[in-house]
Design a protein around this ligand. Structure first.
Ligand code: 5GP
Ligand code: ZN
Length: 112
């Protein structure tokens, strides 16, 4: 389950692929999305590998709550606490990387 060799985000967490770090702690890593969809677009990932948010919620709900707290703290700094938090789940919902990640969109007023 942890650190599959072909997982892009495991490689980013391990520092094998460069990324622009926004936040890190013992369990969690946050970095800028390479193709931003808002002025500030950050991806927050657990260091441990789970395929999607449902797996994470089941295995480690405290980590899921922590990811929400990290999102809030990024948005507090970037845009008075306003943000959008998205977990694309499944191919048909646009998930392309199967290491769970929260998209945090903030830094500007977002389209409705
Ligand atoms: P998904 O489509 O799975 O919800 O989101 C994957 C996200 O990862 C996309 O927004 C994409 O731009 C981002 N991404 C893909 N490859 C890289 C990369 O090598 N570095 C960074 N920082 N982001 C990436
Ligand atoms: Zn992974």
């Amino acid at each position: 389950m942890s650190e599959p060799q072909d997982c892009l985000f495991c490689k980013i967490i391990a520092g094998e692929i460069p990324s622009t770090k926004v936040y890190e702690d013992d369990t969690t890593y946050a970095f800028k999305d390479i193709n931003p969809k808002a002025k500030v677009h950050v991806l927050i990932v657990p260091r441990r590998h789970y395929a999607n948010v449902a797996e994470l919620a089941k295995a480690d709900p405290a980590e899921l709550a922590h990811i929400a707290e990290v999102a809030q703290s990024i948005a507090d700094k970037e845009f008075h606490g306003a943000y959008r938090l998205i977990f694309n789940t499944g191919l048909d919902a646009g998930q392309t990387v199967f290491h769970v990640h929260a998209h945090v969109l903030t830094g500007e007023k977002l389209d409705e």
